[in-house]
Design a protein around this ligand. Structure first.
Ligand code: ADP
Ligand code: MG
Length: 397
């Protein structure tokens, strides 16, 4: 099974260097490795000091690299949909060039890059895919889109397709807006299908690890907290936190004070992110580019350990039964009870944390069970459901 190891973190913390180092180590230990940049600001090629293109390029034995091209991606997945949306806009009176511009949805380009992961898994040419992802905020937002799209695929797409097949031209006359042709629905369905596939790959703990790179400083740690909460909320398996550019013990003078600050943060970070392990990479006194330097980074981080192994296995949400109630538990680090909003909608439990919203499809046993309440306990959200007597046994329904 192809492993996926994805690195994210604030801009400048060392994602690209660490992703490249991980990939190099994997390849040197005999794994066929793909290093894929999904950050729009590609810098993999600079890290390796080797040119990379939109298609996989062989870098060395067992190692391939790729920096996908935005226009190529759009052509591949969005063209038909975009044409329709652009028709719609220009029908609204928007100038054609403007309409074309408007249809390049924010994030579309990076999402197209992420879709390559699924292609490479399906292609089966690699043992491990290492992803140099975009800074946290972006990646997060994009990663949650597949979950929303599943909803779309299941509910809207089939209706839409039928409507356009039966009544497209008539509807167009009656309601007066261009009704998308069937091919638009097919393209949308294909795209959403791919996103859904990607989502299933990325939330599979046997396959994927999402790793957070941070610097031992306030803002970087704060952003790492947010990502960590998010990964838990959406079930993206997070197995390792990497504190990069840690000043070594013999740091003195000018940087000595910074080292002290870092050393104060380190135990806090270990405590807060635990049980997910935290590893450190020293602040090297040279530019860490090129194969030899990247190997050094990799060695410092992994030593003799396998960079592609799963370093920690958390649990997605769980449902347990205990005297008369069902308890749904979900770890939500760095979250307080008032930040969590819960909405119940038959078989769905909608969890909102800040501006993030996740729809959990409830297991069958909970579909008819009334919700009793929810609380936060030790970084864990606990939602209680009434375990009703089954119809026909207790008599009452
Ligand atoms: N541990 C380290 N020691 C020294 N320099 C580093 C280290 N990690 C990264 N760098 C350097 O810091 C710069 C930014 O790193 P990069 O990996 O491009 O960050 P990001 O991808 O998160 O923006 C690069 O010049 C890189 O060579
Ligand atoms: Mg980078």
């Amino acid at each position: 099974m192809t492993r996926i190891v994805l690195y994210t973190g604030k801009g400048g913390v060392g994602k690209t260097s660490i992703a490249a180092a991980t990939a190099l180590l994997c390849s040197e230990r005999g794994l066929r490795t793909m290093i894929l940049s999904t950050d729009i600001a590609h810098s993999l090629s600079d890290a390796f000091e080797v040119p990379l293109g939109p298609e996989p390029t062989e870098l060395t034995l067992n190692l391939w690299g790729q920096q996908p091209d935005v226009y190529y991606n759009i052509e591949r997945y969005w063209r038909i949909i975009q044409t329709y949306v652009s028709d719609l806009f220009s029908w609204h009176g928007l100038d054609e060039v403007m309409a074309e511009e408007m249809t390049v949805l924010p994030g579309m380009d990076e999402l197209g890059n992420l879709l390559w992961i699924a292609d490479h898994v399906d292609g089966g040419d690699y043992d491990v895919i290492v992803v140099d992802a975009a800074p946290t905020g972006e990646t997060l937002r994009l990663l949650s889109m597949p979950e929303a799209s599943r909803w779309w695929v299941e509910r809207i797409a089939p209706i839409g397709k039928r409507v356009s097949r039966l009544g497209g031209p008539i509807l167009q006359k009656v309601i007066g807006i261009p009704v998308p042709q069937e091919e638009v629905f097919l393209a949308a369905e294909r795209l959403l299908g791919r996103l859904d596939h990607l989502h299933r790959l990325l939330d599979d703990p046997d396959r994927t690890s999402v790793r957070i790179v941070l610097a031992l400083e306030k803002l970087s740690i704060a952003e790492a907290h947010r990502s960590f909460t998010y990964f838990h909320l959406f079930g993206y398996p997070s197995d390792l936190v990497i504190a990069n550019r840690v000043f070594p013990a013999d740091t003195q003078g000018y940087f000595g004070h910074l080292r002290e600050i870092q050393q104060r943060y380190l135990p806090e970070v270990e405590e807060e992110f635990g049980p997910v392990p935290v590893r450190t990479v020293p602040f090297f006194d040279r530019e860490m580019v090129g194969f030899d330097k990247l190997r050094e980074v990799g060695q410092a981080l992994f030593g003799d350990d396998d960079p592609s192994k799963v370093y920690y296995r958390g649990r997605p949400y769980q449902v347990q039964r205990s005297n008369g109630t069902y308890l749904l538990t979900l770890e939500l680090p760095f979250t307080s009870r008032d930040e969590v909003k819960l909405t119940r909608h038959s078989d769905e439990l909608i969890l909102q944390v800040g501006s993030w919203r996740r729809t959990l499809i409830l297991p069958r046993v909970l579909v008819d069970a009334p919700t009793r309440g929810a609380r936060m306990e030790e970084q864990t959200l606990k939602v209680e459901f009434e375990a009703r007597a089954r119809a026909g046994r207790g008599g009452k329904r």
